[in-house]
Design a protein around this ligand. Structure first.
Ligand code: GLA
Length: 404
């Protein structure tokens, strides 16, 4: 008996000591994570064949080579908990099991993500992780999962910092590096407390594939591209390598116009948001594929400084956003919010760019740059005034390289 008590004490201590040291897995998102997620296009209609096809398509379309890594299953993959409380996948939709699916996705050089919720139920009413955090984290690790999106439905009276820390610790204890994507829609200002808990946090409610609409969903709203952009105001100081403001999964290829999609993708890239595609990768148009695999735009997002772009000039319908890049380079995004195309004149030498938050500064009177248009392939120099065509609901993005 005494022996037994000693063993239990040692075990408990080991568990507590380990938990006390628990932290988030470092180095999983030194640049914003890139991947695909099922929700925006498929809602609850997920199954193993579709997920495998999506992994195949990510390779065949060149997306993997462009940097996308994660294939993420959102809500509704769940079956029931077993008699010991372990969560199981839906046997109907994932008959081969989640482990086999993870093996398949890994065999393609990709990673598998899954979804759960800090409350008793997920947003679509499946089993949430509340009270089962350690068991669920262990299950995901055993399955070979690489990414967890953790939602915030059915969490009445739950403390968000506690709930997300608990799951972070559970993941850490399970021992498999799993990227932890916090999804509580910005309700509790996660940017103020989640840096050491998750690798990214949603800053807003759900996205909707429109340019500037608010789509009422009963007690809540989903949002178009511009409202989500405007909600990022004052958040850039919280983002950086390993901890990102997440503007939600993208809607590129889900019904907006070509220029809206191009702008949407550029905005997400410039603001260092995770780039998680939300369309059907198996059936995308050439234009959609070209947008999602524009390596020049992706390179802005993946720049190793990890500085979120700043709104530099607000000229009504036209905004200029600037992102400082590694090696003294810069990205300038000219955004036309309006319904009309226009030609915009810009004198580089008129304004000094100054970013006090991250200590970047440029005076185009003193420093000369060559620029390259990352969508339309033109080139030029900051020694000359810029005259640039901006499509309605569209952008042009220039990358500036110092002239030595
Ligand atoms: C919430 C999330 C969405 C999606 C759904 C799934 O609304 O914000 O991104 O995960 O739940 O039910």
């Amino acid at each position: 008996m005494k022996n037994m008590v000693t063993k239990i004490t040692v075990l408990l201590c080991a568990l507590l000591c380990f938990t006390a040291n628990a932290k988030k897995f470092e180095n999983l998102a030194l640049t914003p994570q890139m991947g695909w997620n099922s929700w925006n296009n498929f809602d609850c209609d997920v199954n193993e064949d579709m997920i495998k096809e999506m992994a195949d398509a990510m390779v065949a379309t060149g997306m993997r080579d462009a940097g996308y890594q994660y294939i993420n299953i959102d809500d509704c993959w769940h079956g029931e908990r077993d008699e010991n409380g372990f969560i199981q996948e839906s046997k109907e939709h994932f008959p081969s099991g989640m482990k086999a699916l993870a093996d398949y996705v890994h065999s393609k050089g990709l990673k598998l993500g899954i979804y759960s919720d800090a409350g008793t139920k997920t947003c679509a009413g499946r089993a949430g992780s509340r009270g089962y955090e350690y068991q669920d984290a262990l299950t995901y690790a055993r399955w070979g999962i690489d990414y967890l999106k953790y939602d915030w439905c059915a969490t009445e009276n739950v403390n968000p910092i506690g709930a997300y820390t608990l799951m972070r610790d559970a993941l850490y204890s399970a021992g498999r590096p799993i990227l932890f994507s916090i999804c509580e829609w910005g309700d509790n200002k996660p940017w103020e407390w989640a840096k050491d808990i998750g690798h990214s946090w949603r800053t807003t409610g759900d996205i909707y594939p429109c340019w500037s609409c608010e789509k009422k969903q009963g007690s809540w709203s989903s949002w178009g591209v511009l409202p989500i952009l405007d909600m990022q105001n004052k958040l850039r100081k919280y983002a950086g390598p390993g901890h990102w403001n997440d503007m939600d999964m993208m809607e590129v290829g889900n019904g907006m116009s070509y220029h809206e999609d191009r702008a949407h993708f550029s905005i997400w890239a410039m603001l260092a948001s995770p780039l998680i595609a939300g369309n059907d990768l198996r059936n995308m148009s050439k234009q959609t594929r070209e947008i999602l695999t524009n390596k020049d735009i992706i390179a802005l997002n993946q720049d190793k400084l990890g500085i979120q772009a700043m709104k530099f000039i607000d000229d009504g319908d036209i905004e200029i956003w600037v992102k400082a890049l590694d090696g003294g380079e810069w990205a300038f995004m000219f955004l036309n919010r309006s319904d009309n195309k226009t030609t915009y004149n810009y004198d580089w030498q008129f304004n000094i760019y100054k970013d006090d938050l991250f200590g970047h500064y440029v005076d185009f009177n003193k420093n000369k740059f060559n620029w390259r248009n990352l969508w339309e392939k033109g080139t030029g120099t900051t020694a000359k005034k810029l005259k640039i065509d901006l499509p309605a609901h569209g952008v042009q993005v220039l990358r500036l390289t110092p002239v030595k």
